[in-house]
Design a protein around this ligand. Structure first.
Ligand SMILES: Nc1nc2c(c(=O)[nH]1)N[C@H]1C(S)=C(S)[C@@H](COP(=O)(O)O)O[C@H]1N2
Ligand SMILES: [Mo]
Length: 411
């Protein structure tokens, strides 16, 4: 652990002790006996602690962990099954929720304003929304040739219930100028190099998206404090767009009079080529060639059964899963057991709130004993349907929304 925990004489800082107490949820007995230079074991933060043992670790520098699809069966994703995507390091500096502040600044605020977490909680109305957070690179491993970036399978997605205040209420309290066009966030996570002048990620959204009702400054997920790895003690949560816009460990929001120019807003980061490119082709990373990804595309997953399952042919099989469509709603979900030759319409539940995923279910009858593949395909409210094959290759390996498939055996 870091030396910021200790004061110049090597003793544990008061603030570090406060964090430790908050982390472990009880007093540190004999705190006065902790020797100089000693780091209590509880500070060795393990982001996998409390996570399902089935989570798939893609890397630990930075931590990137995905959920196998069958783990995502719950309508509201439990924290132990939520994927982790970090661009930098998990903050190691002591976090004290009592002294944590959020500053709203930038060219387009009337005046800079700072709020404590307590003020946010007390002065503004609290809202809870179930919001889909899906990494823009979810499904990247499906592209050929492979691009740089995490080779996610299809499990870099979650839909948990986030609680906080609306960003729009805070921005109204701050007061915006007429020229506000974009917001950008800043989080406390150190850059991988630990160079304090470098920022690992600082993204944002156009002001129109930022002012939607569902955009939250959240301090809780599924009714509990946000786990450290998911952004404790405060996080921006913006459903329906690449989850990279949902800034963790949030301490500052800039309201910009131009497109936000923070880290990972440039080059081909979270951008799609405007014109189709050949697989593997290199094109100049200029704004003329790339557009920023906004709403995520329509998508669906089969969360039950798990791929590889075996079934009695005489019984019908109850399938289920989720479907979502970025800023849009899902209109229809279909499944196929004959490689897309014919499709059967599924039952589809309405979303709990805008930008939440929707539950679908279906009963399947197998005509005979043998091996089958089950495909699922969702259609959004504008009539856009998922492709059955991998979409057009792109340099960042983003937005693979090809149909999810599982294999089953009827015996
Ligand atoms: N401060 C900060 N916020 C961040 C990131 C980060 O590295 N640092 N990663 C982003 C990306 S790319 C994704 S996909 C989501 C992942 O959120 P999760 O780890 O809570 O699932 O957080 C976003 N917010
Ligand atoms: Mo991401």
């Amino acid at each position: 652990m870091q030396n910021q925990l200790h004061d110049r004489r090597g003793f544990l800082q008061k603030s570090a002790l406060a964090t430790l107490t908050a982390l472990i949820g009880t007093d540190v007995v004999f705190a006065d006996k902790i020797p100089a230079g000693y780091t209590p074991l509880a500070f060795d933060y393990d982001p996998l602690k409390g996570k399902s043992a089935e989570m798939k670790v893609l890397g630990d520098k930075p931590w990137n962990v995905e959920s196998p699809i069958h783990l995502l069966d719950d309508a509201v994703t439990p924290v132990d099954k939520m994927f982790i995507r970090n661009n930098g390091l998990i903050p190691t500096e002591p976090i004290n929720p009592k002294t944590w502040t959020l500053t709203i600044k930038g060219e387009s605020v009337k005046a800079t304003k700072t709020y404590t977490l307590d003020e946010l909680k007390k002065r503004f109305t609290t809202h809870t929304y179930q919001l889909v957070l899906e990494c823009g690179g979810n499904g990247r491993s499906g592209y050929e040739p492979q691009t740089t970036g995490n080779p996610w399978d299809q499990g870099a997605v979650s839909c948990a219930a986030w609680t906080g205040v609306r960003l729009k209420d805070i921005l109204a309290d701050v007061g915006l100028k007429d020229d506000a066009v974009y917001i950008g966030y800043y989080g406390k996570d150190p850059h991988l190099s630990q160079d304090p002048t470098k920022v690992s990620i600082s993204r944002g959204v156009p002001i129109k998206k930022a002012l939607e009702n569902e955009v939250l400054l959240a301090w809780a997920v599924n009714g509990e404090d946000i786990p450290l790895v998911h952004g404790y003690p405060l996080r921006l949560v913006i459903g329906g767009w690449p989850a990279s816009v949902s800034g963790k460990w949030l301490h500052t929001i800039a309201v910009r009079n131009k497109e936000h120019d923070g880290a990972k807003m440039e080059g081909h980061s979270y951008r799609m080529p405007i014109r189709p490119v050949q697989p593997g082709e290199k094109i100049a990373e200029t704004p003329e060639n790339f557009r920023i990804i906004e709403s995520m595309p329509v998508k669906s997953i089969i969360t039950y059964p798990k791929t590889g399952a075996m079934f009695d042919k005489k019984k019908s099989l109850a399938l289920r899963g989720h479907a979502w469509a970025g800023d849009r709603a899902v209109a229809e979900v279909h499944t196929s057991i004959d490689y897309g030759a014919t499709w059967q319409k599924s039952k589809l539940e309405p979303a709990k709130n805008r930008l939440a995923w929707q539950q679908w279910s279906s009963e399947i009858k197998f005509p005979e004993v043998g091996y089958y593949e089950i495909w699922v395909r969702a259609t959004d409210s504008s009539g856009v349907t998922q492709p059955m094959v991998i979409p057009q290759w792109n340099p960042g390996g983003y937005l693979n929304n090809a149909c999810h498939r599982i294999a089953v055996k009827a015996t």
